[in-house]
Design a protein around this ligand. Structure first.
Ligand SMILES: [Zn+2]
Length: 224
């Protein structure tokens, strides 16, 4: 049995939203599995590599970051970045197999609003729930990343509109103080060369995330 399974669509999402929580778990000796459902091939390259090499670059960045956070079990699934929802059924089936292998006590993923309305973030929420239903495995707790503040970024094409992001927002009911591992979280973020702009934007919007990581914890199955 794994103590925690973290499911995100893009390499970097896991460290931005839960890097401190992951590091505290591995420091305690807990086993943590982290899976990204895509390899992030549609992201910015910042001129660091050709676009066709970005999937490989981001895979290497992810592997390095997970190693710094002490994660022994880190996987990337090859579903399409930007089009994850179009392959939801297959992704849920692959994730079901992973859930059955790891039998996680805690599962952490995006909330229904994707935090920022990104379609892959939203899809990863639904894929994770589908995989849990398919597996029949009941984790003790499902954690969704939760923003203590209302969403205040502007609209972006293909994303949920900001009003919808706020309508679906579920406020945090669990706060992890992560200041003791902030250095490790920053070091892991520093692995993401190609995602430097996204990392900086996240830190600009969520500067508190170096001190505290916030989640909404709920029981599984829902309503129990
Ligand atoms: Zn993302």
């Amino acid at each position: 049995m794994t103590d925690m399974l973290v499911v995100v669509p893009h390499p970097d999402d896991e460290t931005l939203s839960a890097g401190g929580t992951i590091r505290q778990a591995t420091r305690r000796g807990d086993s943590v599995t982290v899976v990204t459902l895509t390899r992030g091939e549609e992201g910015r390259t910042l001129g660091i590599c050709p676009q066709e090499q970005l999937a490989e670059m981001r895979s290497q960045e992810f592997t390095a970051a997970m190693s710094l956070l002490g994660v022994a079990d880190a996987l990337l699934f090859p579903y399409p970045d930007g089009g994850l929802a179009s392959r939801s059924d297959e992704a849920a089936e692959d994730l079901r197999v992973l859930v059955e292998r790891t039998r996680p006590a805690v599962v952490a993923t995006f909330p229904a609003n994707g935090m920022n309305g990104h379609p892959d973030h939203v899809a990863s929420h639904h894929i994770t729930r589908a995989a849990l239903r398919l597996s029949g495995w009941a984790p003790r707790t499902v954690l969704t990343f939760a923003d203590p503040h209302a969403f205040r970024d502007g609209p972006r094409p293909g994303y949920l509109v900001p009003q919808e992001v706020n309508r679906l927002r579920v406020p945090p009911n669990r706060t992890h103080g992560v200041a003791d591992v902030a250095e490790d979280k920053l070091r892991a973020l520093g692995c993401y060369d190609t995602q430097a702009r996204s990392v900086l934007k996240f830190l600009r919007l969520h500067p508190q995330s170096l001190q505290t990581e916030t989640f909404h914890a709920s029981a599984w199955p829902p309503g129990t």
